[in-house]
Design a protein around this ligand. Structure first.
Ligand code: F6R
Length: 614
């Protein structure tokens, strides 16, 4: 949500800034703007809608070249997505331009205070109070960095702020609390941004700013302090992927590219997990084994697709490690006053590592003395930083707003965690763990096999362009797959889609089944006969009521054939690992249907990639 970029250096700042905004489009936004410092002061252009609208404005009303600029893509919270509410905001005395990600919770009080002093506001945003306060500060003679720190001390809530002062070309200041900010370290030029994708074209050297830190940036210097001005330690790192990973590479959508990257993403996530003597190792897990042995309950907290990965994890962890495992939607977690003790292990799952609901759940858990393990795809993001330990998924950048490779790698990381817990607690023999790991390591080519066999998906999607409702059924780990299939369809194709546990259907939802309604059914592998046979019965139940059945079943499963109007074959894997192969056709179906309907697959309406507000 909201993309922020600032640049100081020899290049044409607005060009760098607009390109950086484009690379952060995936975060979700509904207006965009840029400001630079010129000899005449701040020069500003901003426009509601997509960056193309800003491009058009810059073409008809060019902005002067400058070496210092900031830019922003806004996802509206306070005030609609209009030109006026778009960022940057310029203080009414014209001194500073400022951009903001997050929500300033005490903005109403501050706004009233400033208005009482005669300051005139031009927008409805919470952000403008920060711009006005900063403008007042520097006009009163404070140094830009001092003024920024003093503004930060007055704000409550979540914010990343970046500002420039018209009297100080070649300098910008930025600050963060509860919202991401990274510095890109170039040679004779520097960047600040919400996300490394914004500057990866120019440098892979980055610095992650800590909580309540501020950075003062020129082309040749980067000074990090806390909000009181004391020098602060920051976290330098090197970005391990390059520009090509953040580009479409010949695909029409990032999402499609990311679906096809899944074999590699899962393989990378599983890589290097054995010690030379054959034990499973999670390097990043700094929690002592004695503490892990003492865990009496696991609570997994996450949102959306990551939550569904957590539902899969529950089956695996309880089966392998024999620890009771609850899964909770992060935004509900702290409000129900969960029972947490020092023996509770909280596991959070987040692709971005910045999801505010998940972050707040972690903070609550840690206040209650639980240990927190994060499963995350973004190195150095807030959630892993605030957790006791982290297991990184190695999916590479996920740009499409709808999570695909993020999900599969989260599921893979959850399996690793489950097996590791089993190893430490002795609930499985070593050879059993090795057997599952061998099977897990063999899944990437099987995911590829699924991808190679999806020729019928486009034709299938074409049959449902006018469909109003699609249902998904599954049992056991097939249930979270059903939920994920339905979510993908809602997000991308904007149609009613629901996932159900197959056995629950007859307790109500079967009333939705009428002639022709498409129902996807995830059939568990054969062998766990009860589970498999029950689902085969469920297919018959819905088909008898007129449903069009689209069945996902493993190779060689002939029992489903008479009841499948459409049949997708899945490679043979054990039941617990089936999500890694069965999710893929559902992702692809949603992608194809949305494409056929003419929707923007990478940036579905109303959605943001990184949901940094609660
Ligand atoms: C769905 C989707 C969202 C995210 C959710 C959590 O396709 O992408 O449901 O899974 O917003 O995001 P992260 O994993 O970044 O915490």
């Amino acid at each position: 949500m909201c993309g922020i970029i600032g640049y100081v250096g020899p290049r044409v700042a607005h060009a760098v800034v607009v390109e950086g905004l484009r690379r952060m489009e995936y975060r979700g936004y509904d207006s965009a703007g840029v400001a630079v410092i010129t000899a005449e002061g701040i020069s500003l252009r901003k426009k509601a809608g997509k960056i193309a609208n800003l491009d058009a404005l810059l073409a008809t009303d060019p902005i002067p070249a400058s070496g210092t600029g900031i830019g922003h893509t806004r996802w509206a919270t306070h005030g609609g997505p209009t030109d006026v509410n778009a960022h940057p905001h310029v203080s009414s005395n014209g001194r500073v331009a400022l951009i903001h990600n997050g929500i300033i919770e005490n903005f109403a009080v501050l706004r009233a205070e400033l208005q009482a002093q005669g300051v005139e506001f031009s927008s409805e945003t919470d952000t403008e109070v920060a711009a006005q306060l900063l403008g007042e500060g520097v006009a009163a003679g404070a140094d830009l960095a001092d003024a920024m720190r003093s503004v930060c001390r007055r704000l409550e809530g979540a914010f990343t702020l970046v500002a420039i002062d018209s009297t100080q070309p070649g300098r910008l200041v930025a600050a963060r609390r509860n919202s991401p900010l990274v510095v890109g370290v170039g040679e004779g030029e520097n960047f600040v941004a919400s996300d490394v994708a914004a500057f990866i074209e120019f440098t892979r050297q980055a610095i992650e700013l800590g909580q309540d830190q501020m950075v003062d940036v020129t082309a040749d210097s980067i000074t990090v302090t806390d909000f009181d001005g004391a020098p602060a330690a920051s976290h330098p790192f090197e970005v391990t992927w390059d520009l090509s990973a953040a580009e479409k590479g010949g695909y029409d959508w990032f999402m499609r590219k990311e679906i096809f990257e899944q074999p590699k993403a899962v393989a990378d996530t599983l890589l290097g997990r054995f010690t030379p003597d054959g034990a499973l190792t999670l390097d990043e897990l700094r929690i002592p084994e004695a503490e892990i042995r003492g865990v009496d309950k696991i609570i997994i907290v996450a949102c959306g697709t990551a939550y569904y990965a957590g539902l899969v994890a529950k089956y695996a962890i309880e089966h392998w490690a024999r620890i009771a495992c609850e899964v909770e939607i992060a935004s509900e977690f702290r409000y129900r006053d969960p029972i947490i003790t020092g023996s509770t292990l909280v596991v959070t799952i987040s692709q971005s590592g910045e999801t505010a609901d998940t972050l707040m759940a972690i903070r609550h858990a840690r206040e209650q003395k639980a240990k927190v393990i994060a499963i995350c795809n973004t190195n150095g993001a807030t959630i892993p930083r605030e957790s006791d330990a982290v297991i990184y998924t190695h999916a590479g950048p996920e740009i499409g707003v709808a999570s695909t490779k993020g999900f599969l790698t989260q599921v893979a990381a959850c399996y690793l965690l489950g097996l590791y817990l089993a190893q430490v607690r002795g609930s499985m023999y070593d050879d059993e763990i090795r057997h599952v790991m061998t099977e897990l390591a063999a899944t990437p080519p099987l995911i590829q096999q699924v991808l190679d066999s999806l020729d019928q998906i486009t034709d299938l999607a074409a049959r449902f362009v006018d469909t109003k409702s699609v249902l998904f059924l599954g049992r056991h780990v097939g249930y979270p797959i059903a939920l994920e299939g339905a979510l993908k369809l809602k997000e991308l194709a904007y149609l009613h889609a629901e996932g159900f546990p197959a056995g629950e259907l007859k307790h109500g939802p079967i009333a939705l089944v009428e002639e022709g309604v498409p129902i996807f059914i995830v059939v568990p592998p054969q062998g766990r006969d009860q589970l498999h046979d029950k689902v085969v019965s469920n297919i018959q139940e819905v088909r008898a009521r007129g449903a069009l059945t689209i069945v996902l079943a493993e190779e060689g499963d002939e029992e489903v054939v008479p009841y499948a109007d459409v049949l997708f074959r899945l490679p043979k894997v054990s039941t617990l690992l089936q999500p890694l192969v069965a999710t893929v056709p559902l992702q692809m179906f949603a992608c194809e249907l949305a494409t056929l309907k003419g929707y923007d697959v990478d940036q579905p309406r109303n959605l943001a990639k990184s949901v940094t507000v609660e």
